[in-house]
Design a protein around this ligand. Structure first.
Ligand code: NAP
Length: 436
């Protein structure tokens, strides 16, 4: 029987599905001892700090993660940071296989004048802020203005816009960060405008998310019917129309035609608008766009411009992976071939693919990478693994400690009718986990 030591770095969906794939790949003569390493004191990655709080159902996948974690060959080492507490070289030397499931957490920049003004944010700051990520509690967000602009025509832009546009009391029965809920309730935002640079036919929203928009109770959602009709004309000219595209356009047409209820809260989706400058005296006051057009399937700029008076701009235009010594980032992902990075190092999830795909995408993707890993296995090492790498006294949050944090958060939530109340302070999180 050969037992291989595997280090999975990152306790998000890709990390857990990789652990599951290793568990499933075990045979009579092959087994894996899996150590999951996570820099935060809490696991679950984007399920905890990315998925929007009004999408609680998506978070039930955490039950699958906990089942994987309860298998005897799985150990959690949270509050252990790659690049700080241990290096990639350390892991490579001590483990038979190292899998980077470190995601993509750096928000991409527009690179336009004014982007650095106060109250111009990336979704990479705004989303973890409302989701109680300990590193983003202190982001200073001013919601005192009437109008917010969100850049990007993807699901993150939609999440951000929805959180700003809905009546915040709808978030009362969720696990939204308490500081964010208080700010949203005090805020004055009544109009949120999502701006995509290409047409509705190029938008990367997904249909279920679009269809949910039409169901918002206290927010009217607007899309210009003329932009949808033009998109329909363009797609009818295509040789083949993908099912998803047709479904998206139908969902957008339904929103455009949906009778408005005269709500004070408005969410608008505007297409063919490229941001070119954010203006303001010390803080965001206005954003200027160039209007684009679609001709023969190609998007190009016109000479026309328009601007929106706004006090806050949030860009949701994709992410890049964090760099670690020993790996190269290329084209928005860790340089890899089918998941193989170099020697015994592999990548999965957004680190492997770039920031594309929903939680479920990671399941089959991780299985493919684990298949490749199993094919490449050599003789197992006789090393100590992580115990030889961490300084003595390092406060590791293991599965038992995480269990205590989890139980405490869920208990705090139950009293007030929420799924959980997330603790946002690192020290207090560690304290909850290590308390007797
Ligand atoms: P995304 O789906 O790649 O969307 C990024 C958007 O930003 C695109 O519309 C893109 O437009 C635009 N963009 C890029 N660079 C730009 C620039 N310089 N100026 C203006 N616009 C620019 O990325 P995402 O929204 O971050 O989502 C990442 C992944 O997570 C996606 O697969 C998404 O479906 C998934 N996700 C899923 C859910 C859910 O299932 N509920 C929720 C959140 C995220 P172009 O197309 O013109 O480049």
């Amino acid at each position: 029987m050969s037992t291989y030591k595997v280090a999975i770095v990152g306790a998000g969906p890709a990390g857990y599905f990789t652990a599951q794939a290793f568990q499933k790949a075990q045979k009579d003569d092959l087994s894996f001892s899996i150590d999951m390493i996570e820099r935060l004191p809490t696991p679950w990655g984007l399920v905890r700090s990315g998925v929007a709080p009004d999408h609680q159902k998506i978070k039930t996948v955490s039950k699958v993660f906990e089942k994987i974690a309860k298998e005897p060959n799985f150990r959690l080492f949270a509050n252990v940071e790659l690049g700080k507490d241990l290096s990639l070289k350390d892991l490579r030397d001590q483990y038979d296989v190292v899998v980077l499931a470190t995601g993509a957490t750096k928000g991409r920049k527009l690179g336009i004048p004014g982007e650095e003004l106060k109250n111009s944010f990336s979704a990479a700051e705004f989303v973890p802020w409302y989701n109680a990520h300990p590193d983003f509690v202190d982001v200073e967000i001013d919601l005192s203005c009437d109008t917010a602009v969100v850049i990007g025509a993807g699901n993150v832009a939609m999440d951000v816009a929805r959180i700003l546009a809905i009546d915040p009391t709808a978030l009362d029965p969720t696990d939204v960060a308490e500081h964010a809920l208080a700010k949203l309730k005090q805020g004055n935002i009544r109009r949120v405008i999502i701006c995509g640079r290409r047409g509705p036919e190029h938008a990367v929203f997904t249909s279920p998310e679009l269809r949910d928009l039409a169901k918002l109770e206290n927010t009217d959602v607007y899309i210009d019917s003329q932009q949808i009709e033009a998109a329909i004309t363009h797609i009818e000219e295509m040789d083949e129309i993908e099912k998803d595209l047709r479904s998206n356009i139908e969902a957008m047409r339904a929103i455009a035609e949906h009778k408005k209820k005269g709500m004070a809260r408005k969410l608008e989706i505007k297409f063919l608008s490229t941001p070119i400058e954010i203006k303001g005296n010390g803080k965001v006051e206005e954003i200027v766009f160039q209007i684009n057009k679609v001709e023969n399937g190609k998007v190009s700029a016109t000479n026309e411009r328009f601007s929106i008076k706004t006090g806050i701009v949030i860009t949701a235009i994709g992410y890049d992976p964090v760099e670690y010594t020993g790996i190269t980032i290329k084209s928005g992902r860790v340089s890899n071939i089918a998941g193989h990075v170099e020697h015994n190092v592999y990548a999965v999830g957004w680190a492997k693919r770039g920031p594309i795909g929903v939680i479920g995408t990671n399941k089959s993707d991780s299985m493919d990478v684990v298949d490749l890993i199993v094919k490449n296995l050599k003789e197992p090492k006789t090393s100590e693994g992580i115990t030889s790498l961490l300084k003595s006294g390092h406060e590791v949050i293991d599965q038992t400690a995480w269990g205590k944090i989890n139980a405490s958060e869920v208990f705090s939530g139950e009293i007030i009718g929420k799924p959980r109340v997330k603790e946002v302070d690192r020290k207090r999180l560690i304290g909850l986990g290590t308390a007797e």
